[in-house]
Design a protein around this ligand. Structure first.
Ligand SMILES: O=c1ccn([C@@H]2O[C@H](COP(=O)(O)O)[C@@H](O)[C@H]2O)c(=O)[nH]1
Length: 469
């Protein structure tokens, strides 16, 4: 790595001085990796290191470079490792096939995106969008240099894991160690990078307000209650009790009740459901002060959803404090979810809108969640919060962000598309107010100790986020 950093410096692919960037900022460092093609040995080294970043992934069917600098790099990786390549055009031709993606592929194939520098991740994302339109799966991108300016987090939000050969800190440390730059320049560069590392989370005022302030701006009684419980119990832990027996759920709730603020269930996986047992669970919830969330993911027209909510065997409106709903059917479904304006449920139950899902290749795109968040804001007497992996553009400090896919023991997710992050990452990088932990807790041998660990990690991260904006 030191050798490559030196070579990049020597050929002036890494320059120091004063450079005006695309966004108008003046940067003390500039990376011009287009020069690499003039140095075949360096090009070969770069391609080799990039390939090492994804060779562990047995699922590479194709690679695709982001135009233009990464194209020769991707070509070399393709030829050396015998991995077929795709070519993405920047503009479609106005004659012939008019295709944006050239090459031979089948929908369902896995494609790795290759890039030279990632700042916000937009170029990688644009390439991923075109590939995904054709049914090609994109879950990984490899990059020579990650400037650490939010790209990794942005891509993760879209189900793409970014692996970098270098981070800017590593290049600077290496060049300083080899006396290529002096300490003052290295400091200046790092100050600039840190100053431009504003992630979505650090820009969002909701995430730095105290829970007390947010409690007073909340418009839904259940959101107000949840803020109070969080402060009183010093907990932002929701446990996904995905068990098939309600007796077992009750047993679990009795043991971890003091550590949690929400217990989330899926009523339709219970084999021993009865309203009497539900009453028992409500008693435990009252005694230990936590809310019950039914993760029903309502998604139909309002008329049907109302019946699903109030009727059937489960009579969800009789026992749930919170329910989840997909905003797919439009704003009317949200406003009529609980019934007409006189329905008691509007005050006794809060809707948690699913803006983004935690799984790979989820269809909850940025545009989708942006629109849905706007509807949620309008229906703030119904909507207590949202499920998501990041704060939406239209945000509101009285709303609560619930983030599932939290598991300290597994970084890679399960084998069925679920993706995981740690409690600290969920809170500090993704904006979670409440972390949702399922198998990471219910499968552990000591659920009480594990609940305490998640409570403490989640709460520490939340306190840190509020006190260090
Ligand atoms: O995007 C979503 C929405 C909901 N879930 C639910 O959360 C838990 C996660 O369980 P783990 O065992 O921690 O994977 C589960 O009940 C899902 O239905 C989600 O994972 N992602």
């Amino acid at each position: 790595m030191d050798e490559l950093a030196t070579k990049l410096f020597d050929i002036q692919a890494v320059k120091f001085g004063s450079f005006t960037l695309k966004g108008g900022q003046v940067s003390p460092i500039y990376f011009d990796f287009r020069l690499i093609i003039s140095y075949p040995a360096i090009l070969e080294k770069v391609a080799g290191l990039l390939w090492k970043k994804c060779a562990y992934n047995a699922n590479v069917d194709l690679i695709c470079g982001v135009p233009y600098t990464a194209l020769p790099i991707a070509t070399l990786i393709s030829v050396t490792n015998r991995v077929p390549m795709l070519l993405r055009r920047k503009e479609a031709k106005d004659y012939g096939t008019k295709k944006l993606i050239e090459g031979d592929f089948r929908p369902g194939m896995n494609c790795i995106i290759v890039e030279d520098v990632v700042t916000t991740g937009t170029s990688v994302l644009e390439t991923a969008v075109e590939l995904r339109k054709l049914g090609i799966l994109v879950t990984h991108a490899i990059v020579l240099l990650d400037r650490r300016q939010g790209g990794k987090e942005n891509l993760a939000k879209h189900g793409i894991e970014l692996s970098a050969v270098f981070h800017v800190e590593e290049i600077m440390a290496s060049l300083e160690k080899q006396s290529k730059v002096d300490h003052k320049v290295a400091e200046e560069v790092m100050d600039f990078i840190r100053g431009h590392q504003q992630s979505i989370v650090s820009r969002n005022p909701r995430l730095h307000e105290s829970l007390e302030e947010r409690r007073s701006s909340s418009k839904h009684p259940i959101a107000t209650r949840l803020f109070e419980l969080m402060m009183a119990k010093k907990s932002n832990l929701c446990v996904a009790a995905d068990l098939t027996s309600l007796d077992e759920v009750i047993k679990l709730a009795e043991s971890i009740g003091p550590k949690i603020v929400v217990l989330k269930i899926h009523v339709d996986i219970l084999e021993d459901f009865s309203l009497a047992k539900m009453k028992q669970l409500r008693k435990v919830a009252k005694a230990h002060e936590f809310l019950i969330m039914e993760d029903r993911k309502f998604a139909d027209i309002a008329n049907t959803v109302q019946q699903q909510f109030h009727g059937g065997v489960y009579k969800i409106s009789e026992w749930a404090d919170l329910i989840t709903a997909h905003p797919l059917a439009g704003p009317e479904m949200i406003t009529h979810l609980f019934g007409d304006s006189s329905s008691d449920s509007r005050r006794t139950c809060g809707c948690v809108l699913i803006l983004e899902m935690s799984t790979k290749n989820a269809l909850t795109s940025q545009d989708y969640s942006k629109e849905a968040a706007k509807w949620g804001l309008i229906a703030s007497d119904i909507v207590a919060g949202f499920v998501g992996q990041s704060p939406p553009d239209a945000d509101f400090s009285g709303w609560i962000q619930f983030t599932p896919g939290v598991n300290s023991a597994s970084k890679s997710g399960d084998s069925k598309g679920q993706q995981y992050c740690s409690p600290a990452e969920a809170v500090l990088e993704r904006g979670a107010d409440i972390i949702i932990v399922g198998r990471g807790l219910i499968k552990s041998s000591d659920v009480v100790a594990t609940a305490e660990n998640y409570r403490s990690e989640g709460w520490t991260a939340l306190t840190k986020r509020i006190t260090n904006p």
